[in-house]
Design a binder for this molecule. Sequence first.
Ligand SMILES: O=C(O)c1cc(C(=O)O)c2c(n1)C(=O)C(=O)c1cc(C(=O)O)[nH]c1-2
Ligand SMILES: [Ca+2]
Length: 554
Amino acid sequence: AVSGPIENYAPVTAQRLEKPEPSNWMLYRRTYDGQGYSPLDQINTSNVKNLTPVWTFATGVVEGHEAPPIVNNGVMFVATPMGQVIALNAKTGDEYWRYKRQLPDDLFQLHPTSRGVGLWEDKLYLATTDDHVVALDAKTGKVVWDTKVQDYRKGQYMTLMPLIVDGKVIVGGSGGEFGVRGYVAAYDAKDGKELWRTFTIPGEGEPGHDTWQGEDWKNGGGSAWMTGNYDKETKTIYWGVGNAAPWPGETHPGDNLYTSSVLALDPNTGKIKTHHQYHQNDSWDWDEVDAPMLIDLHRDGRNIKSLVHPGRDAIFWILERTPTKINYVAGWPFVSTDVWKGIDAETGKPILDPAHKPVIGKRVEFCPSLWGGKDWPSAAYSQKTGLVYVPANENFCGGFTGEKIALKPGELWLGTKPEDIGLKTKPGADHFGELQAWDPVTGKKVWQHNFPKSQLFGSVTATAGDLIFAGGTNDRDFRAFNAKTGEQLWEQKTNSGIVGMPVSYEVDGTQYVAIQSGWGVDAQRIQDALVTNNIGIEANVPQGGVIWVFALKK
Ligand SMILES: O=C(O)c1cc(C(=O)O)c2c(n1)C(=O)C(=O)c1cc(C(=O)O)[nH]c1-2
Ligand SMILES: [Ca+2]
């Protein structure tokens, strides 16, 4: 059924984003600190077994549905692949309106997805794969403004959910596999005017430019394709930066700032306050775009305003953020890796084993694979347990033969042949996906749940009911775990595999859990590789998107 118009829409303000009501999920990870934690606790470890679907909604789209259902006072906004936004009554599932972008016929989407819509006042903001930012009227879905960011014909596109800070719509571009020069940019939420643009690769005369040689910086990658987090006290955005381009480091000698780094940005000007580079001269497609979580830790006898980032480079990073600097605190491998021999305790730079760094003209193998210990799907932090929950992958290795290839704008530029990219499973591996729970204070793993026949490729969400929700597996299951023990307490088979982000919200006194099921993008690429390896994995993960909403059986 189609509901009537949206009435009494609650305008989104700076205050509401800084301190969101427990009932709502209005930012990518619910709060600016990126913790992915809901304070709702009606659904808990003892009653989660009674969790049952209350409504579903077919999106009509095939491909990877990665966005969290965004909820503002009972109104839900869901972004799907192919530039669609659906507004729904979060309680009944009735549709208010739908926006469908007309994508150009000649658009090639390497990553056909959208990770969500940002909210400000009475509008929504969508970043599109044909590289526009579009503002929609939250009540009607009508386009208010539409700003071109860059040219999709040059391999510039966007998949992220915009970060909204104080009336600014902040986005970052994808295109690391097309040799773009990455950037983060802000638009005025009112009219779509560009306010600033900061390139993630410093130009001539800028600090860090000397970490590049010759002209390499112009096409050096460093795309910034995930939503940043925000420290409202110091007014600093922490934004993750992607891989260097093309992949083999030999083709772009130097540390290559600010690829595979986190940038601390001033939201008003885009000025880079400071940075931390996780690993130098990236050669593995190890984008470090998933923004670090802002967590207050009591560690080593002192209070630390930390940045916690389980990296694609297989290292669980703990950094300290100060207004002027980011300091290395600790790091350790959370899945096995043959690339790093350790971490320099002084500088925080990982120590390379050159035998596992891709080069030109010779096949090099490395573990983990180019999808890393953890790709873009987000980890979560529970304020109740004090643990960090990581969707990790173990027993995958990768490899390729580096090649010097000339850049053709708009064409894939990997520095290897696409058909040469391997995903290998370690012989005798008894599992791949791992849901891990880490204590960031002690650096100890508290529990781990293994997935014998699947990768784990979906974001994780924690709730105050001591529950961890996650999809991410090729068996179509959506699951709830006991946050303290890792015991699996509930599961629901859905229509497709889940690469989406679980959220929780409340309407009229009832707590709900929502997720998009709809398999695709790189979870499917890994699946193809697993099936090719013929290790007893079911080939077929049905596709097609459905929004699922659950509540306790009454
Ligand atoms: O370098 C880039 O610009 C870029 C962009 C994206 C994207 O926008 O989704 C991905 C990647 N890289 C990437 O390396 C990767 O593994 C990946 C997986 C996915 C996905 O949606 O499953 N996107 C991307
Ligand atoms: Ca990439």
